[in-house]
Ligand binder design. Structure first.
Ligand SMILES: [Zn+2]
Length: 313
């Protein structure tokens, strides 16, 4: 690397050294304390800092820039220590996640023969919330619903989906949107009630004018069983996705008001938040969300014996 040049480009940032900076650099070189790898490390740290702090326009001129000279041995030890700590952190987190997944798998006995209704919200003429580039809530929640159904069936549950494709449950001849919606929702609830489902989970995506709002949120029917189901699902979402510290809320929605079985609505994220907009379309993230719902339902069913039934069967 040629340090006689006055410009250094890293990650598309152009650094134009000031005379003061070059003078310091030269004096260090002359005093043999200078080490070029340290300068590179310093520049990288500076670039990372700019990226993390989201400096919109990197400075075209580097002023008052400090010049750090450390013994090479010390730097090597510091870098090794950082590397070891990073590896340790990743390793411990992986072990914790693996243990958690094993503990959920150990509870899969609770799913055998249990009836679970999965309700991917909206469908057909009702797209739900609409994100940029015409990304539709109805499509994303259907994908997550299918993934959840797969996990639950593998565990031995009897799963019914209120819809398996892009349609609603209203009669074809009903044209008014309000009437369609009313009949559609009534049929979703009736399906679950008639099956006397052990749990019903309605999957949705949130939207808010302020794009900084993010995170998955559960809403429960106001009875103990539904609240417990909402809590176990919320705990899993918070634990695995690390996105928020939300707590379950009571919801005043048609499905929750008319359901006679333990029922929750899960808003799996905000389509209006740029990060979640991207993640909600990511198949891996969709699988993780579905796994959280699966884990929450499994834990709930395993604990259900301790909870008084909502209605006699
Ligand atoms: Zn929705």
């Amino acid at each position: 690397m040629d340090f006689s040049t006055t410009a250094l480009t890293l990650y598309n940032f152009t650094w134009v050294h000031t005379p003061e900076y070059l003078e310091r650099q030269n004096s260090c070189v002359q005093s043999t304390q200078y080490n070029e790898s340290l300068t590179v490390v310093y520049h990288i740290f500076y670039c990372i800092t700019c990226t993390l702090t989201r400096v919109p326009q990197p400075p075209r001129e580097v002023k008052n820039i400090g010049f750090i000279v450390l013994p090479v041995q010390k730097v090597k030890i510091m870098l090794v220590a950082v590397l070891v700590m990073a590896c340790l952190w990743v390793g411990l987190r992986s072990i914790a996640n693996a243990r958690h997944q094993a503990s959920i798998s150990a509870l899969s006995w609770a799913l055998a023969g249990r009836v679970v209704v999965i309700d991917p919200g909206h469908g057909g003429v009702d797209p739900g919330v609409v994100g940029r580039n015409n990304v539709l809530e109805k499509d994303l929640v259907l994908v997550v619903g299918h993934k959840l159904a797969l996990y639950l069936r593998q565990g031995g549950a009897r799963v019914t989906m209120t819809r398996e494709g892009d349609h609603d449950l209203a009669d074809p001849e009903i044209t008014g949107l309000y009437k369609r919606k009313r009949q559609d929702l009534a049929r979703r609830v009736a399906l679950s009630n008639n099956l006397q489902a052990d749990a019903m989970v309605s999957i949705h995506i949130n939207s808010f004018p302020n794009p900084s709002q993010y995170g998955a949120q559960t809403f429960a029917k106001p009875d103990q069983a539904s609240r417990t189901l909402a809590k176990t699902i919320q705990d899993e979402l918070n634990h695995l996705l690390k996105t928020n510290h939300r707590v379950p809320l009571n919801g005043d929605y048609y499905i929750l008001r008319h359901s006679r079985v333990p029922t929750v609505i899960v808003e799996i994220g905000f389509i209006t938040n740029p990060r979640e907009y991207r993640l909600l379309q990511d198949p891996l993230y969709q699988s993780r969300v579905a796994w959280c719902l699966y884990a929450g339902i499994t834990r709930y069913l395993a604990e259900e014996g301790k909870i008084p039934p909502v209605h006699p069967k």
